[in-house]
Design a protein around this ligand. Sequence first.
Ligand SMILES: [Zn+2]
Length: 300
Amino acid sequence: MQKKITAVLVILAFVLFSFWWLRGFRRSNIPVASLPQQRLNVVASGYVPYVLAKQIGGQRLHLSMLVPAGTEPHSFEPTPGTIISVSEADLFVYISPRVEPWVKDILGGLADVNALEAGPSLPERDPHVWMTPYGALEMANRITKALIKADPSGKDYYKQNLKNFEQEIQALHAAFKSGLADCKSRDVVHIGHLAFGNLAQTYHLHLLSLSGTSHQSEHSVHKLAELVRYIRKHDVPAVFSEEMLSQDLASTVAAETKVRVLPLYTVEEVSKKDFDAATTYGAYMKRNLHNLMEGLQCRL
Ligand SMILES: [Zn+2]
C-alpha cells in the first residue's frame, strides 16, 4: 500500500512537472521584448507613412491612418474625428504640408502633439520623394528615430527592422537599375499627376505626365492631344495609368493610339483591397518595376 501511494505521488509529481515545464517552454517562445503591454498609439496621415511605420514598428504599434483607403490623399478634408485621433496619438507621422496641405489645419489647432514630418526636404519639382527606394529609406530612418524617442524600450526591435528594410531597399534599387537598363523605349507616358519624376530621374527614364503634382491639377484636352501625338511620333509601346484617377482617360489614349495600358502605383493611394492585404512598400515598387519593364519592353 505504501509503495502504491509513493508510485502515485511520483507519477503525479512527474505530470505536474511536465505541465509546468511545457508552459514555461511555450511562454519562452514568445518574443517578450517585442510585445509591450501597451502598444504605442501611432497615427499616420496616409498610406506612405502608415506602411513605413508598420515596416519599422510592426507589432509594437497600434497603428491607424487618417485618409481612408480608396480616397485621394492630396485633397483630404479632416473631420472633428480626425482631429481627436491625432490629439490622442503618442506619435503623429505625416509626409509634409506640401503634399498634405490639410495637415496644417490639424496641427494649427492642437498644442501638444508629438508630430513627425517624415519628408521635410522634398524636391521642388516633384515632392513624391518616396517613389525612389532610397527616398523611402530616408523617410523610414526618420520614422525609426521618432519611434525610439517615443518608445525607448523597443530600440533594438526598431533598429533591426530598419536594418531589414535597408537590405530590401538595396535589393530593390539593384533590381530597378538592372531591370530598366536595356529597354526598347525610355518614354514613360503617365496619364496621371506628376508623381514619378524622382523615379524617372534616378533610372534615366523620360517622363511625360498628363498633369501637375496634385490631383487637382488641370488635365487639359490640349495636353492629352499632345501626348497622343508624342506616342504616335515616337512609337511609344505603352501608356501608364493611375489607379484612382485616370483609368478612363488612359483607356481613351490607348484606344486612340493602339498601345497597352499598365498601372503605376504611387503608394500614397491605396485601394481597399491592397490596404486589407497590408501591401508593403516593396510589393508596390515591385509591381511598378514589373509594369515598367513590360510596358517599355525591357530585357534582363
Ligand atoms: Zn501625389
